[in-house]
Design a protein. Structure first.
Ligand SMILES: Nc1nc2c(ncn2[C@@H]2O[C@H](COP(=O)(O)OP(=O)(O)OP(=O)(O)O)[C@@H](O)[C@H]2O)c(=O)[nH]1
Ligand SMILES: [Mg+2]
Length: 301
């Protein structure tokens, strides 16, 4: 059988819905999603194989004005995903104003041969659908797109059209990933991201962006009743002692909540009972320390 593949990079400003799109296209939650900007920190690859055709989607960190070394690494990750691909999906929140980040991205695309699909997301939030046409006109002045597709990832609206467009960009090529795989993310990364997502969702603004999670140990055992159980021990790192107190919460209440939500999702994803142990440690200002960024696997190399 002749095989085809198509490599697509999903890029755009923070909070546009890129990771939500990746999860929707792959049909499994492999990327964490929160309502806070700069959630995704590294490239996340999602894979879908339909017969002869394999789709490879790369979700990237939201492009932003970097204030930390981690932020610089995140923006570099986006740039690194722009070479050697078959198409770019540039995602914009249809309710947000076009800004300098969008303009800079459009200027880059204008000088490249890679086809760009503009995805205007969150149309479910627009009471006046006439605004979509205005947005399309504004963007079209900045760049020549292969197509512009208004979508709502949340309501699964327009994603079939997107898939058709992406399919038209496929080229004859081998399948680079096993046909039953949905991601190349190592298990430990998926686990730590699920835990980090819960901290981000439950905590107030100043803390979430200073959080990193590592999996310290992982083993399987059998419970007294003969059930397989996965024992996971993870460390949540934060930047200050005061943050550590908040992550733990009164009498450990916050950590308990994080643990309960994360365990539920881990059990669902890995289809096994999970025993999750969480620890909290401080690494001051780690987002500006190259060695620690590398330790946490966030240097995007
Ligand atoms: N109303 C609405 N909200 C959406 C839609 N798609 C995504 N969202 C929400 O937008 C927020 C951001 O979604 P993400 O998928 O994390 O966005 P992202 O672009 O990956 O963000 P970064 O990783 O921070 O760059 C979340 O609260 C999503 O639930 C949509 O179609 N409609
Ligand atoms: Mg994301």
């Amino acid at each position: 059988m002749d095989t085809k593949s198509v490599f697509i990079t999903i890029a755009g400003r923070a909070n546009a819905g890129k990771s939500s799109l990746l999860n929707a296209l792959v049909g499994e939650k492999i990327a964490m999603v929160t309502d806070k900007p700069q959630t995704t920190r590294t490239k996340i690859t999602g894979v879908v194989t339909r017969g002869e055709l394999q789709y490879v989607f790369m979700d990237t960190p939201g492009i932003h004005k970097a204030k930390t070394k981690l932020g610089e690494h995140m923006n570099k990750a986006v740039k690194d995903c722009m070479a050697g691909i078959d198409g770019i999906v540039y995602m914009a929140d249809v309710t947000a104003k076009i800004n300098d980040i969008d303009r800079a991205a459009m200027a880059e695309f204008a000088g490249s041969k890679t086809p760009v699909i503009l995805l205007l997301n969150k149309i479910d939030l627009l009471p006046d659908k006439g605004k979509i046409a205005e947005k399309i006109a504004e963007f079209s002045e900045l760049c020549k797109f292969k197509t512009v597709i208004p979508v709502s990832v949340r309501e699964n609206d327009g994603l079939d059209i997107l898939m058709e467009e992406i399919t038209s960009l496929a080229v004859e090529a081998p399948h680079y990933f096993p046909e039953d795989s949905v991601t190349d993310q190592p298990e430990k990364v998926i686990m730590s991201e699920m835990i980090r997502e819960k901290v981000m969702l439950l905590m107030r603004d100043e803390i979430p962006h200073g959080i990193a999670v590592t999996i310290e140990s992982l083993d399987e055992s059998v419970t007294k009743s003969g059930e397989d159980i996965l024992n996971i021990s993870a460390v949540i790192y934060c930047e200050r002692d005061s943050h550590k107190g908040m992550v733990i919460g009164k009498g450990g209440s916050m950590l308990k909540k994080v643990g309960a939500l994360a365990r539920e999702e881990l059990e669902e994803f890995f289809r096994i009972r999970v025993n999750l142990q969480l620890w909290v440690k401080v690494k001051e200002d780690w987002r500006n320390r190259e060695g620690l960024i590398r330790n946490f696997g966030l240097n995007n190399d």
